[in-house]
Unconditional design. Structure first.
Length: 179
């Protein structure tokens, strides 16, 4: 049976790190829509040109485009034994489309790992990351606004609470270790 994994959670929760570990351990691809879009922009492809305005504005790329991109990626042979999907789904229509894509090949999600992190800790981590990477334009206000756009909608969490049993992972150590 394929190992089809979705990782949900706010930026700064360590999703990418864990996705990489699982991907290496299980020998399945780590698919991150944000990375795919950044690569398309960097390569100057037609897709890159379509998504860039949304990314620059800190908005989600429209569902129909994102669903088509993910559908195409999941049809690649390297996903036969499974995948770790990060950054998708972010909306209920995306989650429903993913269910349909998988059902077409008699598959369903094995597990949804939902990383839980308070806004405060997530914002602290993003601010620290921005400072470390010298991204001075990432001010607390910009980070705060980005968090709002990227918040996992309640209806998406609810979809998975009904469909699969999500594993809720506490993604922060006690607060003093964070500082
Ligand atoms: P991320 O690295 O996950 O923050 O994604 C970077 C940008 O790519 C986001 O700000 C969105 O514009 C776009 N993006 C990534 N994943 C999605 C998605 N599932 N739905 C819509 N837009 C997305």
């Amino acid at each position: 049976m394929p190992l089809d994994i979705v990782i949900l959670g706010p930026p700064g929760a360590g999703k990418g790190t864990q996705a990489e570990l699982i991907s290496e351990d299980a020998g399945i691809p780590h698919i991150n829509t944000g990375d795919m879009y950044r690569a398309a922009v960097a390569a100057g492809t037609e897709l890159g040109a379509r998504v860039k305005p949304f990314m620059d504005a800190g908005e989600l790329v429209p569902d129909d485009l994102t669903i088509a991109v993910v559908g195409e990626r999941l049809s690649q042979p390297d996903t036969a034994r499974g995948f770790v999907l990060e950054g998708f789904p972010r909306t209920l229509p995306q989650a429903e489309a993913l269910d349909e894509i998988l059902a077409e090949s008699d598959r369903e999600l094995s597990v949804v790992l939902h990383f839980q992190l308070s806004d405060e800790v997530a914002e602290q981590r993003l601010l620290k990351r921005a400072l470390e990477q010298g991204r001075e334009d990432d001010t607390p206000e910009i980070i705060h606004r980005g968090m709002e756009t990227m918040r996992i909608p309640e209806e998406l969490g609810q979809h998975y609470r009904v469909k699969v049993i999500p594993a809720r992972i506490h993604a922060a150590p006690p607060l003093q270790e964070e500082l």
